[in-house]
Write a protein that binds this ligand. Structure first.
Ligand code: OOG
Ligand code: NI
Length: 463
């Protein structure tokens, strides 16, 4: 029998092998990430594993896919449920991007800390919004919806096997093999020829719309390894002649704790694709639909910490706008140094980040009674705090990644009122709850605090 987490790990591995064959620069990225991680581990020892064991970090990937309709998203949810991955978070990229990115997104990922430790594979999944009149007029909307309704992204056999894995929480070896083969195949780049005129019609609105609704299949568009020093990785990739986008998205490099997520990417090469012209002629074309991305993960922030993060980004924007000659990274670092706590203890004390609390092995064993507040317990060395790693995404970074890999701006009519989508709408459309990431981190933290209270025989909640 192959359990769900094994299916998840195998799926991530095979997807990685497939993507490496299809996009060779990805293999370079994985090699360089491994070199960087090895160097960080040698230089920092156990500290390098503070946000996850090296085996987890080495295997860690996130992928991204894009689909066209709620029905397709529902099917994606069935496939990922087979792998123990559930929709977490709602991202509205339409609002986060300046150019035309007509999608809303969620991320499928494991939610329990044990499952995350086994294999944290996650997939950022976007769905097209044809009902948004800022991008699509009534005629194009209806042509698009008809086109999408007429395609099949996932064969019924794959979905049946997925449902079985989700219900039984495992699959017999032969079925597991079949499931994995069909699942990986569903995310390969299809050799089917592309209707050139239709693709170009959508491309004028948005390259993302064309990528999703201009073809009869979906594909994984990047697969992102995790690296322990993204600044070093950026330098090494550049030295190897791979042209990276000009920024690292997210928090700046600085001496204090890493929070949330830092990401950077490179544009993939145009790949040859068979195309059909309106008069039925086969021509060869090329599409740039895939790219490379890498990320470094930091500590999960609380809602309050996240509000601070968003506020600081706003300050950086403002200062960068006022001082166009100054280097943005430089501005960002100065803002961070001024406003972001310089150590984990302060992040915890101010309620800005999430931690798992555990009993210290060297706590007093002389029969003395422990204090009853968490801060005292920490101070007197009864317990210690381990940071909880951020497992999710950032809408603004995601929009930056989308945008930096598009050729044109596309078009959007901001005079029109946008169609409204939110987490509740998405839950309804997929037919399962889209989970709140903040609530998940909070539960994990509270659970650890509850356990400490229990182990130390303290009654009532810890203050
Ligand atoms: C997704 C872009 C966002 C991330 O890591 O933030 C993303 C896409 O291009 O489909 O992958
Ligand atoms: Ni990504």
């Amino acid at each position: 029998m192959t359990s769900q987490w094994q299916l998840r790990a195998l799926f991530a591995l095979r997807l990685s092998q497939m993507y490496g064959r299809e996009v060779p620069a990805y293999t370079t990225l994985v090699d360089v990430s491994r070199e960087v991680n090895g160097d960080v581990l040698r230089a920092q020892g156990a500290d390098a594993e503070r946000l996850g064991s090296i085996s987890r970090v080495t295997a860690e990937r996130h992928g991204a896919i894009r689909v066209g309709t709620p029905q397709e998203l529902q099917q994606v949810a069935r496939i990922f449920a087979a792998l123990g991955m559930y929709p977490v978070g709602f991202y509205d990229l339409r609002e986060a991007a300046a150019s035309a990115v007509p999608v809303i997104s969620t991320a499928f990922r494991p939610v329990d800390s044990d499952e995350l430790a086994r294999n944290p594979f996650r997939v950022f999944t976007s769905m097209l919004t044809p009902a948004d009149p800022r991008f699509f007029d009534a005629d194009l909307r209806s042509r698009l919806e008809t086109f999408l309704a007429g395609r099949e992204l996932f064969p019924p056999e794959l979905l049946t096997l997925a449902d079985r894995a989700a219900t039984e929480q495992e699959l017999p070896e032969e079925e597991a093999e079949r499931f994995l083969r069909l699942a990986v195949q569903a995310f390969e780049l299809s050799p089917e020829s592309v209707d050139k005129a239709w693709y170009e019609t959508l491309e004028r609105i948005s390259a993302v719309a064309a990528d999703i609704g201009g073809v009869r299949s979906t594909h994984i568009n990047h697969l992102t390894p995790r690296v322990l020093n993204i600044d070093d990785l950026y330098r090494r990739m550049t030295e190897r002649g791979i042209e990276m986008i000009d920024t690292i998205q997210g928090p700046p490099a600085w001496k204090g704790p890493d929070v949330l997520l830092r990401q950077t990417s490179f544009r993939a090469l145009a790949e040859p694709r068979a195309m059909r012209t309106p008069d039925g002629k086969a021509v060869s074309g090329a599409l740039r639909v895939r790219f490379g991305e890498v990320e470094a993960r930091g500590i999960a922030l609380t809602r309050k910490g996240r509000a601070l993060y968003d506020d600081l980004l706003g300050r950086i924007d403002h200062q960068a706008c006022q001082n166009p000659a100054e280097d943005r990274d430089h501005i960002a670092r100065a803002v961070w140094e001024r406003h972001m706590p310089a150590c984990e203890q302060e992040l915890a004390a101010k309620g800005l980040a999430h931690f798992t609390y555990r009993l210290s092995p060297d706590r007093p064993h002389d029969g003395s009674r422990p204090p009853t507040s968490l801060s005292e317990l920490l101070k007197e060395n009864w317990v210690y705090a381990e940071p909880i790693v951020y497992e999710d995404f950032l809408p603004r970074s995601a929009a930056g990644i989308f945008q930096s890999n598009l050729s044109g701006e596309g078009s959007r009519d901001n005079d029109k009122e946008g169609a409204t989508y939110d987490a509740a709408w998405l839950s309804d459309a997929i037919g399962r709850d889209v989970l709140d990431p903040f609530a998940l981190y909070e539960q994990q933290q509270n659970h650890s605090i509850g356990q400490i209270a229990h182990q130390l025989d303290l009654d009532g909640p810890l203050g």
